[in-house]
Design a protein around this ligand. Structure first.
Ligand code: ATP
Length: 452
């Protein structure tokens, strides 16, 4: 079974580099601690995950609108939100090797000098825990004075609260409604790791859903179900997903409930996304600090109130990584191992591989013509005429291409191609004139294979 394979993470990391999903950032200079760049396939995967989230959260709904707020906001934003004071992890330093570890994660940490030992058990003495702020500081303008200090945003949510009034006044929305945003966030994580699971620069997909306070519970329940369903619809293994409700001691003081959607990674259960009840905390604090009235005026009841907020917040890079871990399988086929990534066709970096059976007799020309047609239909394609056809199929399986179209000698006579399916490896003959509709149908009706 794929995720019990102890080598799974190593295989994913090596596939990512070999096939152009993810590269180490600044590699030619020796890299820069756990920072990554996305290559030609990785960038398509990220874009498709973002599109899928956006369509589900914004395009297909009438009650959510989008936003793209700045990464650097007025620093008062982060004083008011509590990030300057409170966005800290308790840290300990090893007096011997000078490494720094999260005090609450010592169980999972390893001494860099003696990796078989945990910090503190390796002969090195640890300091008392100290608070370490996770925000990246920068300076605005030329002078590096304290008055010019600013922060890179550690979450996209605050930009949404700052624009609550702008959106209310410019769009025809009223509670219950949401504002969604996808964008980069930055956290000076002390222990980044597990490849792109935890990095210092990452992309978030967050939505603040503003509701009348009396509807808080009902919408919390709704978003918990809806967000889990999205992962199931993407084909993630239901037995590897769980909802973990925070107990009272974990909850932020203002929150009435938070649930994490967790996935069972090869390195253990980890958070994919959090769904939090943030009450009216953020809007109220920003109203107090700015002096601007951020209450909603209900023209029907003539009531003015701060809406309550339900926030589903996920990480695009983590979702993309999870789609690879969850989709990866190795199967024995005709005496050899086939590696396959069973992406949902909507997020697969390439949707259709197009191959002439052989490099002659007019087949490449016909194949290129068909490929052009498919590109025009906005499908992402890959043309390949090198190596035996079986090898070309395997190369596409490994990067998760759900369909391959092969043009053979008959195609030139009867205009019929072979469509080969990644998951079942079954082949069907399809008329060129019907190919677009056929593929659209196959994408829409895709289901996680029962054998996966
Ligand atoms: P964690 O407990 O893993 O640090 P968090 O609870 O701090 O996460 P949130 O602030 O709720 O995370 O952010 C929402 C989402 O953003 C997370 O569910 C995760 O998918 C993503 N995320 C948070 N921190 C990182 C990071 N350092 N690298 C990649 N993704 C991240």
């Amino acid at each position: 079974m794929p995720t019990t394979d102890p080598q799974l993470m190593d295989k994913i990391v090596s596939l990512c580099k070999r096939r152009g999903f993810v590269f180490q950032a600044s590699e030619i200079y020796g890299g820069i601690g756990n920072t990554y760049d996305y290559g030609p396939l990785g960038v398509e995967l990220l874009r498709n995950v973002k599109n899928s989230w956006w369509q589900r959260t914004v395009t297909l709904r009438s009650d959510v609108v989008g936003l793209d707020s700045a990464i650097i906001q007025n620093p008062k934003t982060w004083e008011t939100s509590g990030h300057v004071q409170g966005f800290t992890d308790p840290m300990v330093d090893c007096k011997k090797c000078k490494s720094r570890f999260r005090a609450d994660k010592l169980e999972d940490a390893r001494c860099p000098e003696r990796p078989s030992k945990k910090p503190g058990e390796c002969g090195g003495e640890l300091t008392e825990p100290r608070a370490f702020n996770l925000m990246f500081k920068t300076n605005i303008g030329a002078a590096e004075s304290t008055s010019s200090v600013a922060y890179l945003r550690p979450e996209t949510a605050q930009g949404i609260f700052l624009n609550f009034l702008n959106v209310l006044q410019s769009s025809r929305v009223k509670p219950p409604f949401g504002i969604a945003q996808i964008g980069k966030s930055f956290r000076n994580e002390i222990t980044p790791g597990n490849f792109v699971f935890r990095t210092r620069e990452f992309e978030q997909c967050e939505m603040e859903f503003f509701v009348p306070p009396a509807q808080n519970e009902q919408w919390y329940e709704y978003w918990r179900k809806e967000r889990l369903q999205w992962y199931l619809d993407l084909g993630f293994d239901p037995s590897k997903l769980r909802m973990r409700e925070h107990d009272k001691s974990e909850l932020a003081h203002y929150s009435t409930g938070t649930t994490d959607i967790e996935y069972e990674y090869p390195f253990g259960w980890g958070e994919l996304e959090g769904i939090a009840c943030r009450t009216d905390f953020d809007l109220k604090r920003h109203a107090e600090a700015s002096g601007v009235d951020l209450r909603y005026f209900d023209p029907e009841t003539k009531e003015r109130y701060f809406p309550y907020v339900i926030e589903p917040a996920g990480g695009i890079n983590r979702i993309a990584l999870t789609s690879m871990i969850d989709g990866y399988a190795e199967e024995q086929v005709e005496g050899e191992t086939r590696a396959v990534l069973r992406f949902h066709p909507e997020i697969a970096p390439i949707t259709v591989g197009v191959f002439p059976l052989v490099k002659k007799e007019g087949m490449p020309e016909k194949a290129l013509e068909i490929e052009k047609e498919l590109r025009r239909a906005r499908l992402s394609t890959y043309y390949d005429q090198s190596a035996a056809i079986g090898r070309r199929y395997r190369r596409q399986d490994e990067i998760g291409t759900p369909f391959c179209v092969t043009i053979d000698g008959d195609t030139l006579k009867d205009d019929v191609v072979t469509v080969r399916h990644r998951d079942s490896m079954q082949q069907e003959r399809v008329k060129v004139a019907e190919l677009r509709a056929y593929l659209a149908g196959a994408i829409a009706s895709w289901k996680r294979p029962a054998t996966a």
